[in-house]
Design a protein around this ligand. Structure first.
Ligand code: CAP
Ligand code: MG
Length: 421
């Protein structure tokens, strides 16, 4: 297994466990072959020019192996084709007990065939006119059931209380009680009104997730009605439609918020599936502008090491010396813009200092229950979220700040420093 990957090879890092009776070498050989151009048997059709472009394993460390793929194996610009290769049949092979795709390194020629984010951190800071602090977002709860009027009423209060962005929930698209077109039209009018009243920029993340053509139609509608953001559940919608939406948004000049519902199905098991890091890299390649990365302290799983690693990967151009316990490959993103990491899931004002200390200011802090659950009401919930951010940025303890801010006090009295499960 002595092989030096070439500059144009795409490299995957796998964690593997052979099935009983299968040797390490056989197991690795099967992974490389099934994910490139081989199969379970030798072939009479395997000519030298075809053998030349096979994948090769080149570094084994314990349960980890790196495999290099000649670039000719890939259709440049197609994530579905990439995943059908390196995340396809191999995961079902009987020769393996477990397999996890930990990371992919994309060579320059591969990166160059993707657009990456259209706006990224700087572009969004510019059109939102928000600098030097995290963005705030709230997803109105209950996540389903409110009708258009109830939803818009909550949105008005959220914006008015000082939150920048109202986000749709991942499973709210266009149900009977909350038709996409009716709700989007109404909420964007309300957004315009709040902007006038408060003098602050506000945004709505319209979840356009659906059948691909319908999704593109929804994106166009958002643009026509003055929106600047769409949101997609990129994994349930699939990479093909995410790529189509990205292309459409180039023409429409819309930013894309990426919700990752579905990822834990692949990423939660440390022995099998694929890492969220790999998915995050694919999002940067295709071109989401904001991506959920986790909270560590909130309601959903994700270790600090993992969350920081994803943050680093989507925010930096080159990743030469990131210290982590995890196994990762270095990546140069060339001219692809950095994204805004979104920290969300079980957050409330009491947890904000932890989040900002961990992730810094270039983030979007999203709280649903932690705003809509404030005992003083929705608008107060939004105020409390902003107050906790202001206090943290001014280095004032939340307890001290709460003495003169009743909304924050109500939040702390209810949740204190509770870490939800
Ligand atoms: C948060 C949320 C988000 C998750 C996604 C929810 O609501 O809207 O979908 O945060 O998680 O429905 O749970 P709460 P992740 O603020 O009420 O928890 O970012 O980890 O993918
Ligand atoms: Mg949600």
């Amino acid at each position: 297994m002595k092989y030096n990957p070439s500059k144009t090879d795409l490299v995957c890092l796998f964690r593997f466990e052979p099935a009983k009776g299968i040797s390490v070498n056989e197991c690795i050989g099967r992974i490389a072959s099934e994910s490139s151009n081989g199969t379970w048997s030798d072939l009479t059709t395997l000519k030298p020019h075809i053998r030349r472009i096979r994948a090769r394993a080149f570094e084994i460390k314990g349960n980890y192996v790196k495999i290099a793929y000649p670039i000719e194996l890939f259709e440049l610009g197609s994530v579905p084709q990439l995943l059908s290769s390196v995340a396809g049949n191999i995961f079902g092979m009987k020769a393996l007990k477990n397999l996890r795709l930990e990371d992919i390194h994309f060579p320059k020629v591969y990166v160059k065939h993707f657009r990456g984010p259209q706006f990224g951190i700087n572009g969004i800071r510019k059109f939102m006119n928000i600098y030097n602090r995290p963005f705030t977002a709230t997803v109105p709860k209950p996540k389903l059931g409110m009708n258009t009027n109830e939803y818009c009423d909550a949105a008005y209060k959220i914006w008015n209380g000082g939150v920048d962005i109202v986000k749709t929930d991942e499973n709210m698209t266009s149900q009977r009680f909350v038709n996409f077109y009716k709700t989007t039209e109404k909420i964007l009018k309300i957004r315009n009104k709040v902007e006038k009243e408060t003098g602050e920029r506000k945004a709505f993340l319209a979840n356009v997730t659906g059948e691909t053509k319908e999704m593109l139609k929804r994106a166009k509608f958002v643009k026509e009605h003055g929106g600047e953001f769409v949101m997609i559940d990129f994994l349930t919608a699939g990479f093909a439609s995410f790529q189509s939406l990205r292309n459409e948004c180039q023409d429409l000049k819309l930013a894309i918020h990426i919700h990752r519902a579905f990822h834990s199905l692949f990423s939660r098991n440390p022995k099998h599936g694929m890492s969220m890091l790999t998915l995050a890299k694919l999002v940067r390649l295709v071109g989401g502008d904001t991506l959920h990365i986790g909270t560590v302290y909130g309601k959903l799983v994700g270790t600090k090491d993992e969350v920081l690693m994803i943050e680093h990967e989507i925010e930096h151009q080159v990743e030469p010396h990131f210290k982590t316990k995890q196994h990762v490959l270095n990546q140069n993103w060339y001219n692809l813009k950095p994204l805004i990491p979104v920290s969300s899931g079980g957050l409330h004002p009491g947890l904000i200092p932890y989040i900002i200390n961990m992730l810094g200011k270039d983030i979007m802090i999203q709280a649903g229950g932690g705003v809509l659950g404030n005992p003083l009401g929705v608008e107060s919930g939004a105020k409390a979220l902003r107050q906790s951010i202001n206090a943290t940025l001014d280095n004032i303890s939340l307890e001290k700040y709460a003495k003169t801010h009743k909304e924050l006090k109500a939040a702390l009295d209810k949740w204190s420093y509770v870490r939800p499960v």
